[in-house]
Design a protein around this ligand. Structure first.
Ligand SMILES: [Zn+2]
Length: 154
């Protein structure tokens, strides 16, 4: 009796990982409305003006050549650009999207880092679940530590 309970538990757990975990790794499909911009990560104040960065800035933006600033909608993937020291850069190529025309904020679709004039992809990888994420911290599925990885972009 106890044993069948145990196997039922194992089975439902396996089903959970099989069904739920792949959803985390799904990338958004490419979209013609997406905007790809190269620039410098800056901290913004409440009026979207560039300001000195605190320990945990409220608002981040990407400042491109010419001075235009794209304010970024708050997301853990956006915060990772500021907090992740292993990136060793403030230069990024970001793919952005504006879902709400009335809002000045841009949603981050994809981020790549620029270091020494070269473009790199970066992500966090969980070996247990074989999934990638774009923000540091434990794996969303199994809570194991994820591994930071980067590679030269094609
Ligand atoms: Zn995992």
């Amino acid at each position: 009796m106890m044993q069948s309970q145990f196997w039922k538990h194992v089975l439902s757990l396996a089903l959970f990982f099989w069904l739920v975990c792949p959803m985390f790794s799904l990338e958004r499909p490419p979209d013609a409305a997406n905007l790809v911009v190269n620039g410098l990560l800056v901290c913004l104040d409440g009026t979207f003006k560039e300001t000195a960065c605190g320990a945990m800035p409220e608002l981040l933006g990407l400042k491109v050549a010419g001075g235009t600033i794209y304010p970024l909608k708050e997301h853990e993937n956006v915060q990772a650009l500021f907090l992740e020291k292993r990136l060793q850069t403030r230069q990024f190529r970001l793919t952005l999207r504006k879902d709400d025309a009335a809002s000045p904020l841009f949603e981050l679709v994809k981020s790549q880092l620029i270091r020494g004039g070269k473009l790199y992809d970066f992500h966090y990888f969980c070996e247990v679940c074989n999934i990638t994420t774009h923000a540091p911290g434990p794996c969303m599925c199994c809570r194991e530590t994820t591994e930071y990885r980067e590679s030269l972009a094609e």
